[in-house]
Design a protein. Structure first.
Lengths: 134, 392
């Protein structure tokens, strides 16, 4: 099933879904060396975002977060792609400088069609997410 | 968003990877905020300079870029005085990384003058209705409010993208309808000097990112407006304000007063001065110049310090260009033992973390120093700051 969405950062990638209803402040929430969520209050605490399709509402916090995303990319522990409900500049800029596909405003609610561990494809260049049927 | 043929070619990578990424950043921010097109900007001021804030990740990103900026571009304050960092007792490893960041920006054709007051510098003067892509929150507030120019508060990468492309996306404060006041603030008490910083500290907390229209008793000068705006951008996220009868757009447009009106009493202003949490006996550093001192402020400080010797660490922060241009005044200030510090400030430099308590005359510094530097902070006007500085 192809689900239409808005392109924020171009590119195409596949990976396993890691989904959270918590927002993410890349500065502070994520360890740039390991890609693990280090904030004890975060729903994804202890999990690695490496190579995942990271699905979260939107970013927050310091604008330095854009550089943290770049550091994750340089350290080889960045997500393969990201999906937001509504993107904001910190994550958008971080994704673009790190060449990580990022989309938002999916035609269908990500919470109802995406499950943790599901393999999906994000084609941001053409503006769709491909999700297995059923 | 509409793109010209040239812009589309850039986005398709025909002018290389750096420009492709730069314009992609501008276009996607434009899409997020509903911009119709890109517009040319006159100059850029780029945040993300201090090694303390951007770290190795930021350094790597800037170092990976190639090419030259297309418009006059300048940097935010760095983490240290780039020439005399030893006098600030900066760690040599930090100094090395900081120099690498500056060199990476210089390679892109960006001026390594690091300041939060680009409007005092040659080549960065702006006039009413000019479009800019500036980053530093107090410079954005000054440009929008005191000059009447137009800029959003750009992030580091988006300002750098604007510098490389020479354009920014047309949204937010570039548009007439976003510049109208949305809340009134009345003060029935004649303010002076650092009172404006105190006022900004209070109002920023209340109005967040709205556009306030001030109705004031006196007529603040540009330095007072500078400290008002800087404090509001720090305690809140105010990027534009108007003062009835004073700031250019308020004079030109005669805005209707918004219905919601906030009244600020004299007692609230006084409270900021009395909020002296740290013990004054712990006071071991006094800093002035947040935002960076103007020539007039330097000259006032020189006058106050004349014939005295300071008994504590005293930093007078300004831009290198202003310091060089007014070298006589700088020399006179330094005769007292006070240090004139360039390219940086008490907020972004790690050097301030070593002190027990700081006195400032800036509402912005009062908002940031306790949290960002972990130093308890006292607030006083410039006269009190100098009196404490020379006290035996």
């Amino acid at each position: 099933m192809k689900v239409k969405c808005r392109t924020i950062s171009r590119g195409c990638a596949e990976g396993e879904v890691l989904i959270t209803s918590d927002t993410i402040s890349f500065l502070g929430n994520i360890d740039p060396k390991t890609g693990k969520v280090v904030d004890g209050n975060h729903e994804l605490f202890g999990q690695s975002i490496k190579d995942k399709v990271l699905v979260f509402p939107h970013g927050k916090g310091s604008t330095v977060g854009s550089y943290v995303i770049y550091q994750l990319f340089k350290n080889g522990v960045a997500p393969a792609a990201m999906i937001n409900l509504e993107s904001e500049p910190i994550v958008a800029v971080g994704a673009i400088i790190s060449a990580i596909p990022l989309v938002d405003r999916l035609e269908k609610d990500p919470g109802s069609i995406l499950k943790n561990g599901m393999s999906i494809k994000v084609n941001s260049s053409e503006g769709y997410v491909e999700v297995p049927e059923g | 968003m509409y793109l010209t043929t040239e812009e589309q070619a850039m986005l398709d990578g025909e002018e290389g990877e750096t420009l492709r990424k730069a314009i992609e950043i501008l276009v996607s921010l434009g899409d997020i905020y509903g911009a119709d097109r890109l517009i040319p900007v006159k100059s850029a001021q780029i945040a993300g300079v201090s090694y303390k804030t951007i770290g190795d990740a930021g350094l790597e990103w800037i170092s990976d870029l190639h090419g030259k900026v297309r418009i006059p571009s300048i940097l935010n304050p760095a983490g240290m005085d780039l020439q005399d960092w030893e006098k600030m007792r900066i760690d040599p490893e930090f100094a090395h990384k900081q120099q690498l960041i500056i060199e990476a920006y210089e390679k892109l054709g960006i001026s390594s003058k690091c300041t939060c007051t680009p409007y005092y510098l040659e080549g960065f003067n702006a006039i009413c209705a000019d479009h800019l892509a500036w980053s530093e929150s107090s410079a954005v507030s000054y440009a929008n409010s005191v000059i009447g120019a137009r800029t959003n508060r750009e992030g580091g990468p988006s300002a750098l993208s604007a510098a490389l492309v020479g354009k920014t996306a047309n949204y937010g404060y570039h548009l007439d309808e976003m510049r109208k006041p949305t809340v009134s603030v009345t003060v029935d008490y004649e303010l002076k000097g650092s009172d404006y910083g105190a006022l900004g500290y209070i109002v920023g907390n209340i109005v967040g990112s709205r556009v306030p229209l001030f109705i004031l008793k006196g007529k603040p000068d540009n330095e007072e407006l500078k400290s008002l705006g800087a404090a509001m951008a720090a305690s809140g996220a105010v990027a534009l304000y108007h003062v009835e009868g004073v700031t250019p757009e308020a004079r030109k447009n005669k805005f209707a007063r918004p219905d919601e009106n906030i009244v600020i009493e004299e007692s609230q202003i006084r409270e900021i001065y009395d909020k002296t949490k740290p013990d004054i006996n712990d006071l071991d550093i006094i800093t002035i110049g947040c935002p960076h001192c103007s020539p007039a402020e330097l000259s006032l400080i020189a006058g106050l310090l004349e014939g005295t010797t300071v008994s504590k660490e005293v930093w007078i922060c300004t831009s290198r260009e202003v310091a060089n241009k007014y070298a006589g005044i700088v020399k006179s200030i330094e005769k007292s033992g006070a240090k004139v510090i360039c390219d940086t400030c008490m907020v972004v430099s790690p050097a301030t973390e070593k002190y027990k308590a700081m006195m400032v005359n800036s509402g912005k510094a009062l908002a940031y120093v306790p949290g960002m530097c972990g130093v308890p902070t006292l607030f006083g006007d410039i006269y009190k700051c100098i009196r404490e500085a020379v006290k035996e």
